[in-house]
Ligand binder design. Sequence first.
Ligand code: ZN
Length: 207
Amino acid sequence: MDFLDFHHHKPNQVGIYNLNLNEKIRARRFSIGLHPKDITEDWRSDLEKIKGISLSENCFAIGECGLDGLISVDEKLQTDIFQSHITWAEEIKKPIIIHCIRRFSQILHFKKAKVPLIIHGFNKKENIAKELLQAGFYLSFGKAALDNLSLQKIIEDFPVQRMFLETDNADFEISALYEKVSEIKSISLEDLKMQMWENLENVINYG
Ligand SMILES: [Zn+2]
């Protein structure tokens, strides 16, 4: 069984590839969205383009999109654009891959969305992880989990049915992360792989 890399930027990896806006539609699973750092004055036409591309059957999720507290893009605009992604995802019934930097309390306001919400690259404190879990979010963990002890503790307590594993744009083997997590959670590598595919199934065919 393949290692599912939930969110990545490597065209030939197995998992969900983050398609760039001007790239050709791919024959493998991909997601598409407007990353907050890519918001420009052309955001309306970019959103229209995203809507068109996302109708492809190989588009498995909308995103990454979200809120970023470390960039200079107007926060109200970021929020409006994120809401547009959610509204569209609800319309076409696809999950959302969320990019969130320092805006978790604002992200929590979106918990009533009618599609599965997955925070990618989670690397924050345990209380935030718990709040997100209670609010129904999934969390996807990346490279930081290889050696960050407090993140490993979060993973130890976090239900495996609500998590994903990803390389994002970091340069390492996804198998190393699976090995680490299988050790932390004391489950076999095969069971972990199977669970990640099942989780993907669940966020795609929700409700
Ligand atoms: Zn990414």
